[in-house]
Design a protein around this ligand. Sequence first.
Ligand SMILES: [Zn+2]
Length: 327
Amino acid sequence: MGQDVSYHSLFDFKEISQGNVADGNQDHFELFAQDLLKAKGFYVERSVTRGRDGKKDMIVSEVMKGAVGEKKVFALVSCKHNAHSGKSVNDVIFDNVNSVLQQYDCEVFIGFYSTVVSSGVEEELQRHKDSRASSLKGYHIVDRSVIVEWLVETAETLNVFKRHMPVSYRRYISSDSFSGVYSEVPTAACHYCGVDVFDGFDGNVHTIREVKYQGFSDCVEVNKIRDVYFTCSEHADIRKCDYSQNFQGSCIVHDKSKVLSCVSPLGYIKKLMDDVRLIRSGYYSFDDDSFRKWSNLQRALFYFVSRSVESPSKNLFISRFNNYHLK
Ligand SMILES: [Zn+2]
């Protein structure tokens, strides 16, 4: 699909230094892999080490939960950064794969690659897995397209994206050519200094809620959003005003969320659905002014998470929604 090609070109892995150039940044790609795997929930057991043959590997683990218990699974991560040459990865298994897996008690192999992978690679891994002599129980190929998907998944992975590939990150965030929903990039000014908090997403969204209980009971009489505003990171901790003066006899609840966590697709939909659930409960309400601010916020955030979908294949579309039990 043409759209896919241009979308993928937003992500330039050449921003990550080449491994074979001795400029002090040779381990950049491995550190990037390490940060991204951590953001995805893996635990780094052993960070990048350089083997005798110059190979750089790391060990990560993941806790697998089943019906009767849980088990920690160790995986050997092998990184290949071919983005600068553009070559696909043709071989993954090194000669002594078994001894390396056994040495670190690993059952799983993760290939982490910045380019595409040739078709023989999976066959080679499968062969190893099927071999009696092998201690390999499973493998996972994290190639360029998987990395691209992961980078924009959550606030944590977006942070890794921003730190390691700042130019691509800015291009991704400010790109509106795919969404076609709005013609201009929305802005959100810090309440104190006017800085646009959507520029770099370093700020916070604040929600002020008035909560009032009925007499001494636990029944909530009022649960109203009274204000929604933004601050840059520098002004995040200043109180806008003393709301308790305005709403006497009420508790004032001040919620603060990082803007970055609201512009990842998962963060966005989670926060929106949380708010919708609260509204449905019947206890949650807005005054007109704060509802306008809340709606504007949702519309602005949607700009950053929406991407247009050009005639998606049916299965692809359904698979995107499987988690929501839409059938
Ligand atoms: Zn500010």
